[in-house]
Ligand binder design. Sequence first.
Ligand code: SAM
Ligand code: SF4
Length: 317
Amino acid sequence: MIDAYGRKITYLRLSVTELCNLRCRYCMPAEGICKKRHDQMLTEDEMILAVQAAASLGVNKVRVTGGEPLIKPNILSICRRVAQQPQIRETDITTNGLRLNELAKPLRDAGVKRVNISLDTLNRDKYAYMTRGGDLAEALRGIEAALNAGFDKVKLNAVLIGGFNDDEIPALAGLTKRWPVDVRFIELMPMPGDTLFGEQAYIPASRVLEELPDAIPEENHDGVARMYRLPGGQGFVGLISPLSNHFCAECSRLRLTADGFIKPCLHSREELCIKGLDLDGMIEMMRRAVSLKPRQHEALSATEQSRAQRTMNQIGG
Ligand code: SAM
Ligand code: SF4
């Protein structure tokens, strides 16, 4: 499927739940979210039908996300069924890692190829503060379990937050020397209703390079990330900069929320409902969503919030 600006749409981010076992300050309100009724959410069969619809239009890669996908009781079945679709050559997952200790191997066996794990700090107290109660040791155990489970790739994602973890850039990037992982720094995005962070929190990804003077640029990009390597690094250091450097020209994505809305762009208001539709109905709606993909999202900055009408856990980050 090619959109109005010539971009090939090959990638679906499938959110399987809005719920989470953490409450990261940049993603979710402290009190959690108002739980929707079960019948408002996509069923497993509807998710698989949506993947089939997307696949028939040229999608060949699915990333399962949330909320926290690993708290979904039927997550293994969802991943297995997605990975079994003949046109889907890659099924990946994004997780906070807390449940990977028990689920890494079963996910691998279910056909998941790559895992992205969120890790913003290596300090136990800071981790508990930013996630509102998470246990860093559990996340680290999850990372080790993922490394032992034989995934094609394990990536660690750190949201860059000025005054919080900018002093840990060398330590986080240094994990590429300790483990065969990529470490990617993501600029903090100002999401709707987000009043927690002052202007100093929104630092550009270029700050990472100031802190890593020996980082060597790589020729190839990894999707939306600019890549570097530290001397002695087994994996890459990546920079993802939705604020300072739009990567919209390379956007190949559609997003499906757990309550059944296709979002043509993470930061736009537009949403198209596919819940309750049959395969043809879903295909038609996805075509329409692709035609609505904007050339690029509006400016984002400390003072210009995302136009998305949802928090990140409700979109599927
Ligand atoms: N619960 C899983 C996790 O944390 O990896 C998957 C869902 S989470 C919404 C997906 C990604 O979105 C995480 O890497 C998280 O750090 C990122 N994220 C959430 N809110 C963000 C924000 N305001 N700015 C930048 N990244 C954000
Ligand atoms: Fe949960 Fe992930 Fe959002 Fe943190 S970033 S609250 S782990 S969904």
